[in-house]
Design a protein around this ligand. Structure first.
Ligand SMILES: [Zn+2]
Length: 146
């Protein structure tokens, strides 16, 4: 086998492993949860940003989203997409204040005293927004009182 063929075979193997991982992860989420919230990402816009290019293609975000879409639909579960412009990373999941956060800051620190991993903080915000969207759609805006 030529070196070029070995590389192509290895790439195919990695691609299949990645698809398998995305299938298993999306299946596990759909089997476990009735409501799943995800943030929509403008991949074409993000691809223009040098820093994001590799991470987005590596995680196969679009493929994962498609798997979640059909698996939730086929299982009678709910997938809620949160607008990409909702500031999930900037918003404090405890008090709702917004602050700018640099990409290099891995921990979200708020003046209210809340301190948390930035991705977990954003995930909580996306989850809450998903619940609000779901309840509002099912019961109307009066169903939510703060
Ligand atoms: Zn706060």
């Amino acid at each position: 086998m030529k070196q070029r063929d070995r590389v192509a075979t290895l790439h195919l193997h990695i691609k299949n492993q990645r698809k398998d991982f995305l299938h298993k992860t999306s299946r596990s989420l759909v089997n476990t949860y009735d409501l799943i919230s995800i943030e929509t990402l403008d991949l074409t816009e993000m691809a223009k940003t040098k820093h994001f290019r590799k991470s987005i293609s590596d995680t196969s975000y679009g493929t994962f989203t498609r798997y979640l879409e059909y698996k939730t639909r086929d299982s009678g579960k709910t997938l809620i997409k949160i607008d990409q412009y909702y500031p999930s990373t900037k918003t404090c999941s405890q008090c709702g204040r917004e602050r700018d956060i640099k990409l290099s800051e891995r921990t979200y620190n708020c003046e209210c005293g809340h301190k948390m991993d930035r991705d977990l903080n954003a995930a909580i915000n996306i989850g809450v927004q998903g619940l609000i969207k779901y309840v509002t759609k099912a019961y109307g805006t009066d169903a939510i009182a703060w």
